[in-house]
Ligand binder design. Structure first.
Ligand SMILES: C[S@@+](CC[C@H](N)C(=O)[O-])C[C@H]1O[C@@H](n2cnc3c(N)ncnc32)[C@H](O)[C@@H]1O
Length: 397
């Protein structure tokens, strides 16, 4: 598969070599590193990781396209879905976006909120990548009217004070460093990245510690059976702690996570024997996470049952869980499309709108591979649209 991947330019290769050198030094001095730590370095090592270095990641010129990068329809539907909650919470409500990417969602969402008359008091962005944060700043400063731009604030860490409002994250959970585990003779092993005799990166397995072992046993108990020898997959043992950290202070409001993934019994299908880990390099998907570290996006699908458990343990109830296509349709996609279509400047713009709807909703594109999960806490009633609640598939979790 690797032979078909595009060749990096000299600068890109030098960049990857710098990260490789850092990884080699760390492994040489501290021993093999858990795969999750390797993934964390590859994505977020300051100045070198995929999300921390100045590479174009999103859109046609990058490595992958996310729903907000396709155009404004996705953000308009998200705003339609959450605006009753913002309206109910009133003037003090904030909107917190995790992982703002290029800033495309924030731009379209703020314009849609202004048009709907439900602007949050503040639009907060929690973005760990300094490079992306800078891109978001530049984009929003150029694209938004001053009064809207004044509401945008970047956070260095999750809010510590209690707050009310809406927390939103598109394709963030899939970018959290994943632990890889493997089963051997009934024992749980964890995947590590080591150096082989010639100093090349190599994947090895070591007996899992209590945290990883316990997380895997919990999944086995929930599924009602043990994983077979040779089975390998991903798990996020830190997810409940992460959820508590990012959402623990949201005392009243809604959370919305959109990502690709499955309910647990589909995530851990017996035949999915090597997990869901994927690397993306210039619109090529491949399965070698050791290839050109720092130049590839590394992601794993989301176990939405685990996400629901993490939300529950942080004090939230699942309000709805449904495929992205149904979520968008129940949140006014048709009207948003018609409105945009009528005001489109020309035929190419109308064509792009139609393509946007297809990519967002067709089952083999984002429509069914992506899921939306809504959580609520501290609300007397959950003011979500009846169509959205009617399409809820939370019973599958
Ligand atoms: C695949 S990109 C998605 C970007 C954007 N939401 C979109 O849909 O285009 C993942 C984003 O999550 C951010 N991210 C990763 N870990 C995060 C965390 N722990 N908290 C908040 N954002 C995070 C990354 O820096 C990046 O902006």
């Amino acid at each position: 598969m690797q032979t078909r991947l595009p060749e990096p330019g000299a600068d890109e290769r030098a960049h990857s070599d710098r990260l490789l050198q850092l990884l080699r030094e760390q492994i040489a001095s501290h021993g093999p590193m858990p795969f999750s730590q390797y993934m964390e370095r590859c994505l977020y090592a300051p100045g070198l990781g995929y999300y921390s270095a100045g590479k174009t990641k999103f859109g046609e010129a990058g490595d992958f396209v996310t729903a907000p990068e396709l155009g404004g329809l996705f953000a308009r539907c998200v705003v339609n879905a959450v605006q009753p909650v913002l309206a109910m919470l009133g003037d003090g409500a904030d909107f917190l976006e995790l992982g703002g990417g290029s800033g495309s969602f924030a731009e379209a969402a703020l314009l849609a909120m202004a048009a709907a008359g439900t602007l949050p008091r503040r639009y907060l962005i929690l973005e760990p990548s300094a490079d992306l944060r800078e891109r978001q700043r530049e984009r929003l400063a150029a694209a938004l009217p001053a009064a809207l731009h004044a509401r945008v604030h970047w956070l260095d860490r999750p809010p510590e004070q209690d707050w009310r409002g809406v927390l939103f994250a598109n394709e963030v959970i899939d970018a959290l460093p994943a632990t890889r585990f493997a089963m051997r003779d009934g024992e749980v092993y964890e995947e590590y990245v080591a150096l082989d005799g010639e100093g090349r990166l190599a994947r090895i397995d070591r007996p899992a510690d209590a945290l990883v072992g316990g997380a895997v046993r919990h999944v086995e108990r929930d599924l009602g059976g043990d994983f077979a020898t040779g089975y390998r997959s991903e798990i996020l043992p830190q997810l409940p702690y992460w959820m508590q950290a990012v959402a623990g202070s949201l005392v009243a409001g809604l959370m919305l996570f959109v990502d690709y993934g499955y309910v647990r019994r589909e995530f851990y299908l017996p035949e999915r024997r090597d997990g869901t880990l994927m690397a993306h390099y210039r619109h090529h998907a491949h399965n070698d996470p050791l290839h050109l570290p720092g130049l590839n996006d590394l992601t794993a699908s989301v176990d939405f049952t685990a996400l629901a458990e993490a939300g529950n343990s942080a004090g939230f109830g699942v309000a709805a869980y449904l495929p992205q296509a149904q979520f968008l349709i129940a949140s006014g996609l048709q009207q948003a499309f018609e409105h945009a279509y009528e005001s489109a400047a020309d035929e190419p713009a109308r064509y792009r709108l139609a393509q946007q709807v297809k990519k967002l909703t067709l089952p083999d594109q984002m429509g069914e591979r992506f899921q939306a999960m809504l959580f609520a806490r501290g609300l007397d009633a959950v003011p979500l649209a009846a169509e959205l609640l009617a399409a809820d598939q939370g019973g599958r979790l």
